[in-house]
Design a protein around this ligand. Structure first.
Ligand SMILES: Nc1ncnc2c1ncn2[C@@H]1O[C@H](COP(=O)(O)OP(=O)(O)OP(=O)(O)O)[C@@H](O)[C@H]1O
Ligand SMILES: [Mg+2]
Length: 332
């Protein structure tokens, strides 16, 4: 038995993108991270070096995974390729994605490393005391795994890559997209991971990043979103969305940078806002919107996502999103 095998071959029935055509929308193929997130909130002040009573909870995360779930809930055909362990958290991540309609047939599984996990230990005021990230499994997703997953992207109009994957895989994806005439979107994930896109900016059709990540990618200090977008343009980027949380986002398109204020929101938990913005924007692009309108719709979905503790809105559906966008149009 090889160390890394395809999920479909072992556990689940493979669902082919060409056979799944919900609402006739063209497909998105996502290459990125799936992470099991755990949160522990201390009941009293934390004491190092001993056992502390906490209240624990868990959720599913990872940029690629979150975008895949959002897109599936929106009714898009979506294929997700990642790598998870042969363990219970890997089963849970795949089982949940299956249940919302994501094609997980090209998820790779391995016994070499456990499924990626992030654990946050919060103090009694819910402030982060310590974060622990075990993401070494993503280094096992190499060119060979990409090779095996790539044929399944034939029906996809867009490919989305997140920077959890190794730099070599991101470069290979960019080259394959160019050769196949597919549009490539990318998300920088975090400042340390953003540097993996150095040298690839000219090959990315749509870059999603925030100020800090753009600063790390460009090797300069974090500036305003507009300044970041301008610096990205000078570094060779064609189209980019630089987000600035509650303030809004800068859009680089056709050589010009514009600033857009975020729609109003009453945030409860901002986790997943950036990922829902990616999903909402890609979904509207697939359905024929121009980039500025698509990003506006993505920002509306992101604002709503901040208003619940879910990192992907549980009530998200094609009708929900259409109503959200229509209501904003009426308000002007
Ligand atoms: N408090 C908020 N109110 C309204 N909109 C928000 C708020 N926070 C985020 N957004 C929307 O979501 C977009 C993305 O947010 P943000 O810049 O925090 O992404 P991010 O840094 O990628 O976050 P993450 O990766 O943690 O989801 C913003 O451009 C904005 O449109
Ligand atoms: Mg983000």
């Amino acid at each position: 038995m090889p160390a890394i095998v395809e999920n479909a071959a072992r556990v689940y029935r493979r669902r082919d993108m060409t056979r799944q055509t919900p609402r006739g929308a063209p497909g998105v193929a996502i290459f990125g991270g799936a992470v099991f997130d755990r949160k522990y909130r201390a009941r009293q002040p934390l004491v190092p070096g001993t056992s502390n009573p906490v209240d624990g909870s868990h959720s599913h995360g990872g940029v690629g995974r979150n975008v895949a779930e959002n897109l599936a809930r929106l009714g898009a055909r979506v294929l997700f390729s990642t790598i998870v362990g042969n363990d219970a958290t890997g089963d849970a991540l795949i089982g949940h994605l299956d249940s919302v309609g994501v094609d997980t047939g090209r998820v790779m599984r391995t016994s070499v490393r456990p499924t990626a996990e992030y654990a946050a230990i919060l103090d009694e005021h819910s402030e982060l005391a310590l974060g622990i990230a075990d993401m070494a499994i993503f280094d096992l997703y190499g060119p060979e795994q990409l090779d095996r997953a790539w044929p399944a992207t034939a029906a996809a109009e867009w490919v989305l890559a997140d920077c959890n994957l190794p730099a070599q895989v991101l470069a290979d994806l960019a080259a394959r997209c160019r050769a196949a005439g597919k549009r490539l979107a990318a998300n920088t994930v975090s400042a340390p991971k953003a540097v993996k896109l150095r040298g690839l900016l000219e090959r990315i059709d749509l870059l999603f990043t925030n100020r800090e990540e753009a600063g790390a990618l460009l090797g300069n200090d974090a500036a305003t979103a507009v300044e970041c977008a301008e610096a990205l343009r000078q570094a060779g980027a064609q189209t980019a969305l630089v987000t600035a949380a509650a303030e809004g986002y800068a859009l680089l398109a056709d050589g010009a940078v514009d600033w857009y204020a975020a729609p109003p929101a009453s945030p409860v938990d901002i986790t997943g806002a950036g990922d829902s913005m990616v999903a909402g924007t890609l979904f509207r692009l697939l359905n024929g919107d121009g980039l500025a309108d698509a990003a506006r719709a993505g920002a509306l979905l992101a604002a709503r996502t901040t208003e619940t503790s879910d990192s992907v809105l549980a009530e998200l559906s094609p009708d929900f999103f259409a109503r959200l966008v229509d209501a904003a149009l009426v308000k002007g």
